[in-house]
Design a protein around this ligand. Structure first.
Ligand SMILES: *[C@@H]1O[C@H](CO)[C@@H](O)[C@H](O)[C@H]1NC(C)=O
Ligand SMILES: *[C@@H]1O[C@H](CO)[C@@H](O)[C@H](O)[C@H]1NC(C)=O
Ligand SMILES: *[C@@H]1O[C@H](CO)[C@@H](O)[C@H](O)[C@H]1NC(C)=O
Ligand SMILES: *[C@@H]1O[C@H](CO)[C@@H](O)[C@H](O)[C@H]1NC(C)=O
Length: 213
Protein backbone atom coordinates (compact mmCIF):
# COMPACT_ATOMS: atom_id res chain seq x y z
CA UNK A 1 0.00 0.00 0.00
CA UNK A 2 2.72 2.44 0.97
CA UNK A 3 4.69 1.39 -2.10
CA UNK A 4 1.68 2.02 -4.34
CA UNK A 5 1.17 5.51 -2.85
CA UNK A 6 4.80 6.29 -3.39
CA UNK A 7 4.49 5.24 -7.00
CA UNK A 8 1.47 7.48 -7.55
CA UNK A 9 3.33 10.36 -5.97
CA UNK A 10 6.32 9.67 -8.13
CA UNK A 11 4.16 9.59 -11.26
CA UNK A 12 2.45 12.87 -10.41
CA UNK A 13 5.77 14.45 -9.75
CA UNK A 14 7.03 13.32 -13.14
CA UNK A 15 3.91 14.63 -14.81
CA UNK A 16 4.34 17.95 -13.05
CA UNK A 17 7.91 18.04 -14.15
CA UNK A 18 6.87 17.39 -17.68
CA UNK A 19 4.26 20.12 -17.53
CA UNK A 20 6.54 22.77 -16.07
CA UNK A 21 8.36 23.59 -19.30
CA UNK A 22 5.00 23.67 -21.11
CA UNK A 23 3.76 26.27 -18.70
CA UNK A 24 6.90 28.30 -19.15
CA UNK A 25 6.43 28.06 -22.92
CA UNK A 26 2.83 29.20 -22.77
CA UNK A 27 3.85 32.10 -20.59
CA UNK A 28 6.42 33.09 -23.19
CA UNK A 29 3.78 32.73 -25.89
CA UNK A 30 1.38 34.99 -23.98
CA UNK A 31 4.13 37.53 -23.48
CA UNK A 32 5.07 37.36 -27.18
CA UNK A 33 1.43 37.86 -28.15
CA UNK A 34 1.18 40.82 -25.81
CA UNK A 35 4.33 42.28 -27.36
CA UNK A 36 2.95 41.78 -30.87
CA UNK A 37 -0.23 43.55 -29.88
CA UNK A 38 1.81 46.36 -28.51
CA UNK A 39 4.29 46.59 -31.37
CA UNK A 40 2.08 48.37 -33.91
CA UNK A 41 1.46 51.24 -31.55
CA UNK A 42 5.19 51.91 -31.42
CA UNK A 43 5.96 51.14 -35.06
CA UNK A 44 9.27 52.94 -35.21
CA UNK A 45 8.20 56.36 -33.88
CA UNK A 46 11.80 57.52 -34.22
CA UNK A 47 12.57 56.06 -37.62
CA UNK A 48 13.17 52.81 -39.46
CA UNK A 49 15.99 50.63 -38.11
CA UNK A 50 18.91 49.40 -40.22
CA UNK A 51 17.28 45.96 -40.38
CA UNK A 52 14.51 47.42 -42.57
CA UNK A 53 16.92 48.75 -45.20
CA UNK A 54 16.49 45.98 -47.72
CA UNK A 55 12.82 45.04 -47.44
CA UNK A 56 11.86 48.62 -46.57
CA UNK A 57 8.99 47.01 -44.65
CA UNK A 58 8.08 47.55 -41.01
CA UNK A 59 8.69 44.19 -39.31
CA UNK A 60 5.70 43.71 -37.08
CA UNK A 61 2.59 41.62 -37.25
CA UNK A 62 -1.01 42.84 -37.25
CA UNK A 63 -0.24 45.72 -39.57
CA UNK A 64 0.12 45.00 -43.26
CA UNK A 65 0.85 47.34 -46.12
CA UNK A 66 -2.07 48.88 -47.94
CA UNK A 67 -2.92 47.02 -51.12
CA UNK A 68 -4.72 49.94 -52.72
CA UNK A 69 -2.86 52.13 -55.21
CA UNK A 70 -0.60 54.49 -53.33
CA UNK A 71 -2.08 57.94 -52.75
CA UNK A 72 1.52 59.12 -52.61
CA UNK A 73 3.90 59.73 -55.45
CA UNK A 74 7.54 60.70 -55.61
CA UNK A 75 8.70 63.52 -57.81
CA UNK A 76 12.26 64.52 -58.64
CA UNK A 77 13.65 67.86 -59.81
CA UNK A 78 15.48 66.19 -62.70
CA UNK A 79 14.87 63.33 -65.06
CA UNK A 80 18.60 62.60 -65.21
CA UNK A 81 21.57 62.82 -62.88
CA UNK A 82 25.33 63.20 -62.85
CA UNK A 83 27.98 63.24 -60.15
CA UNK A 84 27.98 66.87 -59.04
CA UNK A 85 24.30 67.63 -59.62
CA UNK A 86 22.07 67.19 -56.59
CA UNK A 87 18.49 66.11 -57.13
CA UNK A 88 15.55 67.43 -55.10
CA UNK A 89 13.01 64.79 -54.17
CA UNK A 90 9.51 65.27 -52.75
CA UNK A 91 6.76 62.95 -51.68
CA UNK A 92 3.42 64.35 -52.74
CA UNK A 93 0.07 63.41 -51.32
CA UNK A 94 -1.51 63.94 -47.92
CA UNK A 95 0.78 64.78 -44.99
CA UNK A 96 2.57 61.65 -43.73
CA UNK A 97 4.21 60.62 -40.48
CA UNK A 98 6.84 58.13 -41.51
CA UNK A 99 9.03 57.22 -44.45
CA UNK A 100 12.01 55.23 -45.57
CA UNK A 101 13.46 56.68 -48.76
CA UNK A 102 16.28 55.40 -50.98
CA UNK A 103 17.54 55.76 -54.52
CA UNK A 104 17.83 52.31 -56.08
CA UNK A 105 19.30 51.07 -59.28
CA UNK A 106 16.56 49.52 -61.42
CA UNK A 107 15.71 45.99 -60.24
CA UNK A 108 18.40 46.05 -57.53
CA UNK A 109 17.70 46.08 -53.83
CA UNK A 110 20.51 48.22 -52.47
CA UNK A 111 20.74 51.99 -52.16
CA UNK A 112 22.64 54.26 -54.56
CA UNK A 113 24.18 57.62 -53.62
CA UNK A 114 23.67 59.48 -50.36
CA UNK A 115 21.39 62.14 -48.89
CA UNK A 116 22.28 65.63 -47.81
CA UNK A 117 21.46 66.92 -44.30
CA UNK A 118 17.76 66.08 -44.22
CA UNK A 119 14.80 68.37 -43.52
CA UNK A 120 13.31 68.81 -40.04
CA UNK A 121 11.71 65.74 -38.47
CA UNK A 122 13.71 63.37 -40.67
CA UNK A 123 17.18 61.88 -40.37
CA UNK A 124 19.72 60.05 -42.51
CA UNK A 125 20.49 56.42 -41.70
CA UNK A 126 23.21 53.98 -42.64
CA UNK A 127 21.98 51.27 -45.01
CA UNK A 128 24.10 48.59 -46.68
CA UNK A 129 27.09 49.92 -44.71
CA UNK A 130 26.92 53.34 -46.35
CA UNK A 131 26.33 56.38 -44.14
CA UNK A 132 23.35 58.55 -45.16
CA UNK A 133 22.27 56.22 -47.93
CA UNK A 134 18.64 56.35 -46.75
CA UNK A 135 16.32 58.82 -45.09
CA UNK A 136 13.74 58.05 -42.45
CA UNK A 137 11.52 60.04 -40.09
CA UNK A 138 12.88 61.07 -36.70
CA UNK A 139 9.45 61.61 -35.12
CA UNK A 140 5.79 61.36 -36.03
CA UNK A 141 5.23 65.04 -36.77
CA UNK A 142 3.61 65.44 -40.16
CA UNK A 143 5.79 65.83 -43.24
CA UNK A 144 4.25 67.43 -46.29
CA UNK A 145 4.84 67.88 -49.99
CA UNK A 146 6.92 70.89 -48.95
CA UNK A 147 9.43 68.62 -47.24
CA UNK A 148 12.28 68.40 -49.74
CA UNK A 149 14.98 65.72 -49.66
CA UNK A 150 18.26 66.27 -51.46
CA UNK A 151 19.95 63.32 -53.12
CA UNK A 152 23.64 63.28 -53.95
CA UNK A 153 24.30 60.98 -56.92
CA UNK A 154 27.24 58.54 -56.76
CA UNK A 155 30.50 59.78 -58.21
CA UNK A 156 31.30 56.60 -60.07
CA UNK A 157 30.18 56.54 -63.65
CA UNK A 158 28.37 53.24 -63.95
CA UNK A 159 25.83 54.19 -66.57
CA UNK A 160 22.85 53.14 -64.48
CA UNK A 161 19.18 54.10 -64.23
CA UNK A 162 17.75 54.79 -60.80
CA UNK A 163 14.40 55.29 -59.17
CA UNK A 164 13.55 56.80 -55.83
CA UNK A 165 11.78 54.16 -53.78
CA UNK A 166 9.93 54.76 -50.52
CA UNK A 167 7.74 53.28 -47.87
CA UNK A 168 5.34 56.01 -46.83
CA UNK A 169 3.35 55.80 -43.60
CA UNK A 170 0.34 58.05 -43.30
CA UNK A 171 0.15 56.92 -39.69
CA UNK A 172 1.26 53.98 -37.58
CA UNK A 173 -1.20 51.52 -39.09
CA UNK A 174 -1.53 52.78 -42.66
CA UNK A 175 1.42 52.55 -44.98
CA UNK A 176 2.30 51.89 -48.59
CA UNK A 177 5.35 49.94 -49.73
CA UNK A 178 7.34 50.38 -52.90
CA UNK A 179 6.22 53.89 -53.88
CA UNK A 180 8.41 54.74 -56.89
CA UNK A 181 9.44 57.85 -58.79
CA UNK A 182 9.90 57.95 -62.55
CA UNK A 183 13.29 56.66 -63.72
CA UNK A 184 16.32 58.91 -63.78
CA UNK A 185 19.05 58.37 -66.34
CA UNK A 186 22.77 58.73 -65.82
CA UNK A 187 23.73 61.79 -67.92
CA UNK A 188 27.31 60.69 -68.36
CA UNK A 189 25.90 57.56 -69.93
CA UNK A 190 23.80 59.34 -72.54
CA UNK A 191 26.90 61.37 -73.48
CA UNK A 192 28.71 58.07 -74.10
CA UNK A 193 25.87 57.03 -76.37
CA UNK A 194 26.19 60.32 -78.25
CA UNK A 195 29.90 59.74 -78.84
CA UNK A 196 29.39 56.29 -80.40
CA UNK A 197 27.75 57.37 -83.72
CA UNK A 198 30.55 59.91 -84.24
CA UNK A 199 33.15 57.28 -83.44
CA UNK A 200 31.56 54.77 -85.85
CA UNK A 201 31.57 57.39 -88.61
CA UNK A 202 35.26 58.07 -87.94
CA UNK A 203 36.10 54.35 -88.09
CA UNK A 204 34.09 53.95 -91.29
CA UNK A 205 35.89 56.89 -92.89
CA UNK A 206 39.28 55.50 -91.86
CA UNK A 207 38.47 52.03 -93.23
CA UNK A 208 37.08 53.50 -96.45
CA UNK A 209 40.23 55.52 -96.99
CA UNK A 210 42.36 52.39 -96.38
CA UNK A 211 40.27 50.27 -98.80
CA UNK A 212 40.22 52.91 -101.50
CA UNK A 213 44.00 53.34 -101.46
C1 LIG B 1 18.53 69.54 -62.96
O1 LIG B 1 18.02 70.43 -62.03
C2 LIG B 1 18.76 71.64 -61.90
C3 LIG B 1 18.10 72.44 -60.83
O2 LIG B 1 17.71 71.66 -59.76
C4 LIG B 1 18.80 72.37 -63.22
O3 LIG B 1 19.62 73.50 -63.09
C5 LIG B 1 19.34 71.45 -64.30
O4 LIG B 1 19.28 72.08 -65.53
C6 LIG B 1 18.57 70.16 -64.34
N1 LIG B 1 19.14 69.27 -65.31
C7 LIG B 1 18.42 68.50 -66.10
C8 LIG B 1 19.18 67.63 -67.04
O5 LIG B 1 17.20 68.47 -66.07
C1 LIG C 1 0.63 69.98 -51.42
O1 LIG C 1 -0.22 69.82 -50.33
C2 LIG C 1 -1.23 70.79 -50.24
C3 LIG C 1 -1.97 70.60 -48.93
O2 LIG C 1 -2.15 69.26 -48.59
C4 LIG C 1 -2.14 70.67 -51.45
O3 LIG C 1 -3.13 71.67 -51.41
C5 LIG C 1 -1.31 70.86 -52.70
O4 LIG C 1 -2.11 70.64 -53.83
C6 LIG C 1 -0.16 69.88 -52.71
N1 LIG C 1 0.71 70.13 -53.85
C7 LIG C 1 1.17 69.16 -54.63
C8 LIG C 1 2.08 69.55 -55.73
O5 LIG C 1 0.88 67.98 -54.45
C1 LIG D 1 25.91 62.26 -43.12
O1 LIG D 1 25.02 63.32 -42.87
C2 LIG D 1 25.38 64.12 -41.79
C3 LIG D 1 24.32 65.17 -41.58
O2 LIG D 1 23.14 64.88 -42.18
C4 LIG D 1 26.72 64.78 -42.07
O3 LIG D 1 27.12 65.56 -40.97
C5 LIG D 1 27.75 63.71 -42.35
O4 LIG D 1 28.96 64.31 -42.74
C6 LIG D 1 27.27 62.80 -43.47
N1 LIG D 1 28.23 61.73 -43.65
C7 LIG D 1 28.49 61.17 -44.85
C8 LIG D 1 29.53 60.10 -44.86
O5 LIG D 1 27.92 61.53 -45.87
C1 LIG E 1 13.53 73.44 -38.70
O1 LIG E 1 13.62 73.51 -37.28
C2 LIG E 1 14.34 74.63 -36.81
C3 LIG E 1 14.48 74.53 -35.30
O2 LIG E 1 13.65 73.55 -34.75
C4 LIG E 1 13.65 75.91 -37.24
O3 LIG E 1 14.37 77.03 -36.80
C5 LIG E 1 13.54 75.93 -38.76
O4 LIG E 1 12.81 77.06 -39.18
C6 LIG E 1 12.87 74.67 -39.27
N1 LIG E 1 12.93 74.67 -40.73
C7 LIG E 1 11.88 74.45 -41.49
C8 LIG E 1 12.13 74.45 -42.96
O5 LIG E 1 10.77 74.26 -41.04
Amino acid sequence: MYKAMLRVLHLTQRRLHRRAPDMALSRIAILALALLQWAPSVAYPTGAPESACESMAPKHKNVSPQTSASPYSITASNSSFKADQKVQVTITGEPYQGLLLQAREMSKSTAVGTWEAPPNNTKPIKCFNVMNSSITHSNTYLKTNETVYTWIPPSSNKCIKIQFVATVAKNKATYWLNVRSPQLYDETCSSCVKIIPGFTLLLFTMMWSIISQ
